[in-house]
Design a protein around this ligand. Structure first.
Ligand SMILES: [Zn+2]
Length: 296
């Protein structure tokens, strides 16, 4: 056997588990581009096919029955832009917004049996062997049923993956070291930037409307504040790859370069396991890990 194929050459892997196609680029795009650039092997699991997504580009005529296929391709294109090495789909159906008829669909992620969904994710974790997993925070970054479910299933799978007695047919046990939830990007910087957004021609009323909704844990709770400003252009291009979801006129992809860098300078994450102490901070998601390739 060639020595480069052996376990000593196995790269350090970071896995992001995301609810829908485009969530990999929005909440975790800067982070994925950052670690891909650091030669960390990055991987993404997307829980659903995004079948319930609104088509935001009015010029796009889309056959909705093909939306799953189209959105999967968009996620592949986005992952390529972000330098993501592995993309896996968990193959559930998008549950739609809370209290909509889509919630009742038998294949909707929200109706999945927890252990069955965890088994699918455990199989992927044992195959890809990530050291760190990033997912939704408890309650989701916003209260969409799939975001909430993504968190629950990630916690179940994180706990089960290293237990050889759990899901014995899903591959040899592998225990990732740490689990994180994404936290809000809004750290007060945006408020300071509003006059510049308005001067650049953007209507910012939506920001006030957005502030009245729950949007997950705030940056003050974060264990890690990652400087991803240098990757904001890569993140923009990854978002644009989601053509069915993101209009080229959208605020998030049409900000002038310098403003975008400032607005998306920092990505925040809360460590969920091992639990973090009050006020605990880490310089990055891989902090404290022995990064010599694991030979287990
Ligand atoms: Zn989503």
């Amino acid at each position: 056997m060639n020595s480069s194929d052996g376990p000593a050459s196995r790269p350090v892997t970071l896995l992001a588990v995301r609810p829908h196609p485009d969530d990999e680029s929005s909440s975790t795009g800067g982070m994925l581009a950052y670690y891909s650039a650091q030669k960390v092997r990055t991987a993404v699991v997307i829980c659903t096919g995004g079948e319930e997504g609104e088509i935001r580009d009015p010029d796009l005529s889309v056959d909705r029955s093909r939306l799953r296929e189209l959105r999967t391709q968009e996620a592949k294109n986005a992952c390529e832009i972000l330098g993501v090495a592995e993309l896996r789909m968990l193959d559930y159906r998008d549950s739609g917004m809370a209290d909509t008829p889509a919630n009742q669909h038998p294949e909707a992620f929200v109706n999945a049996e927890r252990s069955e969904a965890a088994c699918r994710l455990v199989r992927i974790i044992r195959k890809l062997r990530p050291r760190v997993i990033v997912t939704e925070p408890p309650g989701g970054m916003y209260p969409h049923p799939d975001h909430i479910m993504c968190h629950k299933v990630s916690v179940d799978a994180f706990q089960a993956a290293g237990d050889a007695q759990a899901f014995p047919d899903a591959g040899p046990a592998w225990q990732p070291d740490k689990l994180y939830g994404v936290a809000q990007i809004d750290d007060g910087v945006w408020e300071g930037l509003v006059p510049r957004f308005i001067a650049a021609g953007f209507d910012m009323d939506w920001m006030e409307r957005r502030q009245s909704h729950y949007r997950g844990p705030g940056p003050e709770t974060a264990t890690v504040a990652l400087d991803v400003g240098s990757y904001s252009e890569q993140q923009r291009l990854a978002l644009l790859a989601h053509r069915t979801q993101i209009s080229p006129e959208s605020f998030f992809v049409s900000l002038p370069t310098e403003l975008r860098r400032l607005a998306f300078a920092t990505a925040y994450f809360v460590r969920l396991s091992p639990p973090c102490g009050p006020g605990e901070h880490e310089p990055d998601l891989l902090y404290g890990l022995d990064l010599t390739p694991n030979t287990a």
